[in-house]
Ligand binder design. Structure first.
Ligand SMILES: NC(=O)c1ccc[n+]([C@@H]2O[C@H](COP(=O)([O-])OP(=O)(O)OC[C@H]3O[C@@H](n4cnc5c(N)ncnc54)[C@H](OP(=O)(O)O)[C@@H]3O)[C@@H](O)[C@H]2O)c1
Length: 283
């Protein structure tokens, strides 16, 4: 549940909101029926400004990370990103409102500056390559970030993991071993302040250099069909291949909510959970 803060309020003199057996009533201090309602005195009071949520998106320059940055800005958060390349070449106005840090989670400790003042983190750091590289980027890099964040006292940590894809896991062993190692670290360091998102294929407009690839062309129809085939995903080996794809904006919406909503339940959110949460309207 989100709470909206108001920095200025009106305090009304003797007027009070009361409750009768038949419902709520407004007491004005006047006992005469027919007398106009009058507010005797009102003064402006200053309520303290709420501490602003500051979200750090690890890998905010990437495909999913950039959508998360945008979603978080739309929700009024202060947003910082950390990646090896720093500011990406996104030519959209929102990108100027992100604080882009340049740093490598696998090298040195200067990247830890990006943790200053941060209240929650979403990590989109991950990738493909040789088995040992995939373990490092999906596992070690995230484990390093989770430990540093916990030591810094950052409240919540959301990790972009990946759905189990059955036989595919065998060919991408470093990728899945790394993902599961990072998840385990998160459960240990953030037993109540974590969320593990496990989407299958994520579609949307993916930017590669100056080109954009509309992955939704086949991702969207597949999602329509496969979201109703949940029972088939239980079939051993091939079932997980029928995991429906999901739109990147849906993933971004759930990631931001999981990062800032104190009552978002800790645990693993699979693709069906992601779809369900993304359809909920929360302030
Ligand atoms: N896309 C999908 O279909 C999909 C599906 C399921 C799960 N996921 C998971 O979702 C996450 C995001 O995926 P994506 O498609 O958005 O990937 P992406 O576009 O490759 O983004 C990865 C981000 O991580 C940063 N990064 C990589 N190594 C880093 C390091 N050592 N230190 C700091 N930053 C580093 C990259 O920037 P630099 O290279 O500049 O450092 C980039 O910003 C990944 O964990 C992926 O496994 C993706």
């Amino acid at each position: 549940m989100m709470v909206q803060y108001v920095s200025t309020g009106i305090k009304a003199g003797r007027n009070t909101l009361g409750s009768t057996g038949r419902g709520r009533c407004l007491s004005t201090g006047s006992s005469k029926i027919g007398e106009p309602l009058k507010v005797e005195d009102a003064e402006t009071v200053q309520a303290p400004h709420p501490p602003q949520e500051k979200l750090l998106v690890l890998g905010g320059s990437g495909f999913v990370g950039s959508h998360i940055c945008k979603e978080a800005l739309d929700r009024g958060l202060s947003v910082t990103s950390l990646s090896r390349s720093g500011k990406p070449s996104i030519q959209e106005p929102w990108a100027n409102n992100v604080h882009w840090h340049q740093g490598d989670l696998l090298s040195g400790s200067s990247w830890k500056e990006a943790l200053n003042g941060v209240t929650s983190i979403v990590s989109c750091v991950g990738g493909f390559g040789s088995n040992s590289y995939m373990y490092k980027i999906n596992g070690t890099a995230n484990i390093t970030a989770i430990r540093a964040a916990a030591e810094k006292g950052i409240k919540r940590f959301v990790y972009l993991s990946a759905a189990d894809l059955g036989v595919v896991n065998y060919f991408l062993q470093g990728y899945y071993d790394g993902k599961r190692a990072a998840e385990t670290e998160l459960l240990v360091r953030y037993p109540y302040g974590h969320a593990i998102l496990r989407p299958g294929f994520i579609y949307g407009n993916r930017r590669v250099g100056s080109m954009e690839f509309p992955l939704g062309v086949f991702g969207s129809p597949l999602e329509m069909v496969l979201q109703h085939a949940k029972p088939l995903s239980q079939v051993p080996l091939v079932g997980p291949l029928l995991t429906p794809p999901i739109n990147v904006t849906a993933v971004a919406k759930v990631a931001v909510r999981a990062a800032i909503d104190p009552v978002f339940p800790p645990g693993i959110v699979d693709v069906h959970g992601l779809m369900r949460y993304s359809h909920q309207n929360v302030l």
